[in-house]
Design a protein around this ligand. Structure first.
Ligand code: AMP
Ligand code: MG
Length: 362
């Protein structure tokens, strides 16, 4: 089981950072150029996004593609926002009827994906935690530690709704409507960027583009062949302890998505409280992991799993990978400075010089 990932020399690391500053890049709104690509940045879904398209594309086409991609994201943002009173999700969350007809195909689609991920991960992925996230202040910025008795009661209700065997209060999503207990409030933050990424990649493929980087706030999709000598893209993985470069993966037609406890959190009385909620307790997941990166062809799936495996903790996450090894690879970082990476990354995960124990999971 034990193995050491190959190490990168600092010079090569610098090269890679300069060449492909995909993760650690400094965002400035607007367009730019990078190594055979034209880039466009914009702020949406509460984060910076960057699209890179080949500079060999016609200028007029590039403008159209960039505008269309931004429009795809803005449309989904307007639909999935949990706080905007105009969003389709807001309407669903606040509807007083049990059966709600939805106009948005995308909302139905993503809710179905959420149900699928919830089943697959035995509830570690749970898109019904909005009321709890809101109480912690993660959706408003008014942070506080909720009352434990209140959390216990809320979690009991949510667990009941998730429990499919209790058909009286389950969630049923069909072609046009959602039937769910009134008061069930969805939060799609664990999957929305992945879903948007998949839509963008579909769009780019449809336009006949054969190479692109889609970076939605660190949710990366390396699409097609990289321009230049090496046909795979080099994507950086962030060190959760100090936000520097931990290593790189070489990928092609893959999403690389990370969930970490350092991404969004607040501190109170010396304690850090982060935004990924354990659906069995209502508290920020505290199962020994500080970062989970998922590499998969499907960005929604990768996004959902990065959140879910973070909640599971190391042992359960490894078992989950063993049972689903054909669909993704993972890099799991523990609070004890251990890095576990799965077999599919054997030849393409490269570590920087860091004092961490690195283990291959087979
Ligand atoms: P990510 O950064 O992809 O791990 O997603 C974190 C976001 O997903 C949070 O900010 C919440 O909006 C939402 N979330 C929190 N806990 C969960 C959970 N257990 N399952 C699904 N979504 C969650
Ligand atoms: Mg996620």
């Amino acid at each position: 089981m034990k193995n050491k990932a190959p190490k990168l020399s600092i010079t090569r690391i610098n090269c890679i950072i300069v060449m492909l500053s995909v993760v650690l890049c400094c965002f400035v709104s607007g367009c730019g150029k990078k190594e055979g690509y034209v880039t466009k940045q914009f702020f949406a879904m509460d984060t910076w996004m960057e699209i890179q398209l080949p500079e060999s594309c016609d200028d007029k086409d590039l403008e159209l593609y960039f505008n269309d991609v931004e429009a795809i994201v803005r449309k989904l943002e307007a639909c999935f926002s949990v706080t905007s009173t105009a969003s389709d999700l807001y309407k669903l969350n606040n509807d007083i009827n049990e059966n709600v007809t939805l106009d948005s195909k995308e909302l139905l689609d993503i809710l179905k994906e959420g149900e699928y991920l919830e089943d697959l991960t035995d509830g570690a992925f749970c898109d019904k935690l909005y009321v709890i996230s809101k109480e912690w202040g993660f959706t408003t910025g008014n942070y506080k530690v909720p009352d434990k008795a209140w959390l216990d009661a809320e979690i009991l209700e949510i667990q009941d709704i998730m429990d499919d065997s209790n058909t009286d209060i389950s969630v049923d999503i069909n072609e046009s409507s959602v039937i769910r207990p009134v008061g069930t409030c969805f939060d799609l933050g664990g999957i929305a960027k992945g879903y948007a990424t998949d839509k963008i990649v579909d769009y780019l493929a449809d336009k006949g583009i054969n190479s692109a980087i889609v970076n939605l706030g660190g949710n990366i999709y390396a699409f097609g062949d990289k321009q230049g000598k090496e046909d795979r893209f080099v994507v950086g993985i962030t060190d959760p302890f100090d936000n520097t470069l931990l290593g790189t993966v070489m990928v092609k037609d893959m999403a690389v998505v990370t969930s970490g406890n350092y991404e969004r959190y607040f501190e109170l009385d010396g304690e850090r409280y982060h935004h990924i909620i354990d659906s069995t307790t209502g508290y920020p997941a505290d199962n020994g992991l500080v970062s989970v990166t998922i590499i998969s062809e499907d960005a929604s799936y990768a996004d959902g799993l990065s959140t879910a495996l973070f909640v599971m903790g190391l042992d359960e996450a490894i078992t989950f990978w063993e049972n689903n090894r054909n669909s993704f690879d993972a890099i799991l970082i523990t609070e004890n400075n251990e890095i576990y990476y799965t077999e599919g990354l054997l030849d393409n995960f490269v570590m920087t010089e860091k004092p961490y124990t690195c283990k291959l999971v087979k």
